[in-house]
Design a protein around this ligand. Structure first.
Ligand code: UT7
Length: 341
């Protein structure tokens, strides 16, 4: 028998053995700003080269939001597509994952709710940085399994180029902007979420943070990162959580049809795939074209893979993420029959 993930076991216990609904990703939506920031553009901004960026990260270009193209604007566009694909369903809750919100309050979720012309259902943000989409899905999954909600809209929206330090070559070449959304519910014709794990360790909070440079505490606030430490920890955490969610779901990694990891750096993904003995032709990669879009990265990659016809109903998919906090998370699910409706 596969070991049940903790959140699922807790809900099963709380519902006293009732048949628990299986949450499914019913549809996806995505939005990328039009403006492209190429490696040639980066060469004009900092002391870097296309060769260095491609060799160390796999990134060739990323998108940059225009003024006014905020996380709520991008998130609302992605959400509208996802809701339409799910048959214009009215969600019972709106959860937004972001670490680059345009305001401290109201939440980006409430701003998206306003832009979509919705009201009444709870709407709130979560910040688990790059792990935010899987964290958001875990809340949606728990709400659906406990029957607190029938359908949940999970949005991930980031404008990282507004918080990056464009004088720091070791971070500014990595990040891009974008948004993606998923409608999570039931009745999608088979498949669904089989295992989820979310974790964090605040002891490593200083690996990636928003603030001043340590050597200039009164200086400007921006995204700061210890690259090598993050790289090493990321490979360890995502390899471990991928193996755990596979075991939770009762799958061997060799049975998984697609790995859709957080798109931080192609080398991190290749190192984790090697440890898991997964060949790169079973890994969805779009980091070359969008860079690291934090919480939006996994749903953007899923949306692209679905749109290109690579994902088929019933296929086994594992997603893993890692980010500031530090946070990490893993998800094992079967693709449903309905994402293209
Ligand atoms: O979303 C999750 C959070 N982020 C991540 O997962 C990122 C994790 N880390 C990384 O992806 C990598 O550590 C980086 C891509 C950020 C850096 O790659 P690296 O191979 O770890 O390089 P490094 O930091 O060890 O730096 C090597 C050299 C240094 O020069 P010296 O000291 O050897 O002379 C850096 O100054 O590369 C230099 N360097 C650059 N050179 C050209 C750093 N950034 C650049 C750059 N262009 N953009």
């Amino acid at each position: 028998m596969p070991t049940a993930p903790l959140s699922h076991a807790a809900v099963d216990a709380a519902t006293g053995g009732m048949v628990t609904p299986v949450a499914q990703i019913l549809s996806l939506g995505a939005y990328l700003p039009d403006a492209v920031l190429s490696n040639a553009d980066m060469e004009r901004m900092v002391d870097t080269s296309d060769t260095w960026i491609v060799e160390r990260t796999g990134i060739r270009e990323r998108r940059r939001a225009a003024p006014g193209e905020t996380p709520s604007v991008m998130g609302a566009r992605a959400a509208a597509e996802a809701l339409e694909r799910a048959g214009n369903v009215v969600p019972d809750a709106i959860i937004v994952a972001t670490c680059s919100a345009e305001t401290r309050f109201p939440s980006t979720a409430c701003l998206i709710q306003q832009k979509l012309g919705l009201g009444g259902m709870p709407a709130f943000d979560i910040n688990a940085a790059c792990s935010g989409f899987i964290y958001g899905l875990s809340l949606a999954d728990a709400m659906i399994r406990s029957r607190a909600a029938g359908t949940v809209l999970v949005v991930a929206a980031e404008a990282l180029t507004t918080i990056v330090d464009y004088t720091d070559r070791s971070t500014c070449v990595l990040f891009g902007d974008g948004a993606a959304a998923a409608v999570v519910g039931t009745g999608g014709g088979g498949g669904g979420i089989r295992a989820l794990r979310c974790a964090a360790d605040g002891a490593d909070a200083d690996l990636i943070y928003f603030g001043a440079r340590p050597e200039d505490p009164g200086g400007p606030h921006a995204l700061r990162m210890s690259g090598r430490g993050t790289f090493r920890t990321a490979v360890e955490r995502i390899t471990d959580v991928a193996a755990r969610v596979c075991a939770d779901a009762g799958w061997h990694p060799s049975e998984v049809d697609w790995f859709v990891p957080h798109q931080a750096n192609a080398r991190i993904i290749e190192a984790a795939a090697k440890r898991l003995r997964v060949s790169m032709d079973r890994v969805i990669l779009n980091v070359d074209r969008v860079g690291n879009t934090s919480a939006a990265s996994i749903p953007l990659a899923l949306h692209e893979a679905a749109a290109s016809g690579r994902l088929r109903p019933g296929q086994k998919i594992v997603s893993v993420a890692f980010g500031s906090g530090i946070t990490w998370a893993g998800l094992a699910f079967e693709w449903t029959g309905s994402p293209s409706r």
